[in-house]
Design a protein around this ligand. Structure first.
Ligand code: ADP
Length: 599
């Protein structure tokens, strides 16, 4: 057998571990790794900035349930990719980050892109390693890949010095055969604990199930559906837990969220944390004496922000514990419990709140019909059009949304019937993830190596990326990546000319502000200002995609339909005014004391 280079051994090991796609940016010394990876059949998606590439790899991990892999150069490449490391640990998504580094004999001498990446990343990753020699590349990569994946997912980092990548091994046939690690171990609940929590659930007057993105990640939609249908307990999805059960399910309390939180007395949490998204499990959003039954793969999560509930927590895999719960609750359902008025009153409260909130949302849309479109009216036109082209039951659209108001409003605008079809800024509330996520979703669902599944059929999915104008700016150049890779992503830029709400609502008119910007009287642009009617769509034209600039409902409807059917990347620049929603009043986010809306 011919000698093998380090680059080849790395690529071959990745393929043996089951890696089908690498996201990244090449440069010295990692070009050889990417090229060897291509030769062994791994798809390499080359980005324009490591930040977007690292975000894409994390989202790929979430969608496929296996580690996403990101390859970058050392020094600045690692620094840019730290964004993905933070995203992986904040969201608990598996990421294997690989970075080149300078020759080991040049360390501390001011080598090309020199950086002690291991020391830098060790505190922020589950594991940070450098293979000491060519014969330990396999075991190092296997260890890192498995560690990022098992237990609570996170990042594992492998530093690959230039001399190792370029080195040659005379007799690679002596290396052991590397096999893909089996799926992560899935712990379950012990019988005593099961008895304890089912007794508590049965005694609840107003039980609630919270479904988080950990449930979506664990691909446990079937057992969760069975549990809800059997027990008839109302459920609340978190923003990315949406779709694990269809939004149309009668027990979905999303549109009565505040009422559900405020009144629930026993809450079963499946794959969510009691962090800011769930208001830390504390009053005033929750009842002071609410009891949480927390099912989580991570022991450290149990009792966090709810120490008195630690006793009911289960360290286990949702896919195992939920069927155990269904079996233990066999024959019992909340709706048929004999005690009566209490359950009826909780369900009644939820129903009343749902009806009221839906009417309020509809009224808001009706009042936005004149003049420029608002964010809410624009999103509802997009939704209506896409709904007609592909109803949610088909599960053939993946929605990515980011931008403060755009993301908040879109969460309740686009109904889902299947899991893992909606990605947003997530636990870190990170803007700039959207285009990377869209590329990841395209690769995960539509490429020849597609590893993700959701919905009834195997049909390819349209990736629809709904971006605020500020959010789009973080990684707009990735539209070129989409075009180059032949990804027919449909990108909407919801353009109100500013961060959060732009200036129009307070200044009254755009033109006057614009004059100030060019040296006129007054205080000029605020910190939230962005370019007025910037022609973001032209980036699509520049890269061979299709561009749309729209101001009216009719134009938006037409662009949405054409963009949906188009086989190239499309950017639809949707000019909207800053309406009331510009003030974050929908706020699932840290809503600074403003009204906590439902949806
Ligand atoms: P959300 O943003 O929807 O509230 P979080 O990201 O805060 O959700 O929480 C997801 C939780 O799911 C994490 O605590 C993670 O440890 C947990 N988790 C991930 N996979 C599993 C699994 N297979 N079984 C149980 N818990 C899981």
């Amino acid at each position: 057998m011919a000698p093998a280079t380090g680059a080849h051994i790395i690529a071959d090991s990745l393929r043996s571990l089951g890696v089908s796609t690498i996201f990244g940016i090449v440069g010295i010394p990692v070009i050889e790794i990417a090229e060897e990876a291509r030769k062994v059949g791994i798809q390499f998606i080359g980005f324009r900035n490591e930040q977007a590439a690292s975000y894409a790899a994390t989202a790929y991990g979430y969608l496929t349930g296996k580690p996403g892999v990101c390859l970058v150069v050392g020094g600045p490449g690692v620094l840019h990719a730290i964004a993905g490391v933070g995203n992986s640990s904040a969201n608990a998504w598996p990421l294997l980050l690989l970075a080149g580094s300078s020759e080991t004999d040049l360390v501390s001498r001011g080598a090309f892109q020199e950086l002690d990446a291991i020391s830098l990343l060790a505190p922020h990753t589950k594991l940070a390693l450098r293979p000491p020699g060519l014969d330990s590349i396999q075991s190092t990569l296997e260890n890192a890949y498995r560690t990022s994946w098992y237990g609570r997912p996170g990042t594992a980092f492998v530093d690959l010095p230039a001399n190792l990548i370029k080195g040659t091994m005379p007799n690679p046939s002596e290396l052991p055969r590397l096999l893909p690690p089996p799926d992560p171990p899935k712990p379950g609940a012990d019988p005593a604990k099961l008895f304890k929590i089912t007794t508590l659930l049965k005694s609840a007057a107003s039980p609630l199930v919270v479904i988080g993105k950990g449930a979506a990640y664990s691909q446990s939609e079937e057992p969760i559906r069975a549990l809800i249908d059997q027990t008839q307990i109302p459920f609340l999805p978190t923003p990315m837990g949406k779709g694990v059960l269809p939004d149309s399910h009668p027990l979905n309390t999303a549109s009565a969220r505040s009422t559900a939180l405020k009144n629930a007395d026993v809450v079963l949490i499946l794959g969510a944390r009691l962090n800011w998204i769930l208001h830390f499990g504390s009053p005033p959003k929750w009842r002071p004496n609410v009891k949480f039954i927390h099912i989580d793969i991570s022991a450290e999560e149990i009792g966090k922000n709810a120490p008195r509930s630690a006793d009911w927590g289960v360290v286990g895999d949702i896919g195992v514990v939920v069927p155990q719960l269904s079996a233990a609750l066999k024959g019992w359902s909340y709706s048929s419990r004999p005690v009566d008025q209490s359950s009826r009153s909780f369900l009644h409260l939820l129903q009343t709140a749902k009806t009221k909130n839906k009417a309020a949302a509809a009224a808001k849309l009706d009042s936005g019909g004149k003049g420029r479109m608002t964010i809410a009216t624009a999103l509802s036109i997009i939704e209506r059009t896409l709904h007609r082209l592909s109803p949610p039951e088909r599960g053939s659209i993946v929605y990515i949304s980011e931008g403060a108001n755009t993301m908040d409003i879109s969460r309740s605008t686009f109904p889902l019937a299947h899991p893992r079809l909606r990605l947003d800024a997530g636990t870190h509330a990170t803007m700039g993830v959207g285009l990377g996520y869209a590329i990841a979703a395209h690769a995960a669902y539509n490429s020849s190596t597609a590893e993700a599944r959701s919905g009834p059929g195997a049909e390819r999915k349209k990736i629809v990326c709904i971006e605020g104008d500020s959010a789009f700016g973080f990684s707009a150049m990735e539209v070129e990546t989409m075009a180059r890779c032949g990804m027919d992503v449909l990108v909407f830029v919801v353009n109100n000319g500013g961060v959060y709400h732009g200036d129009a609502d307070e200044r009254g008119e755009w033109d006057r502000l614009r004059k100030q910007e060019h040296g006129g009287e007054g205080e000029g642009l605020r910190s939230t200002s962005l370019g007025f009617e910037t022609r973001y769509e032209m980036i699509a034209e520049a890269v061979g995609g299709k561009e749309f600039f729209v101001r009216t409902a009719e134009e938006l409807e037409r662009a949405t339909e054409e963009g949906y059917k188009e086989g190239r990347v499309c950017v639809v620049n949707v000019v909207v005014e800053s309406g009331k929603e510009g003030k974050l009043e929908f706020g699932w986010q840290g809503n600074g004391g403003k009204k906590d809306g439902d949806g």
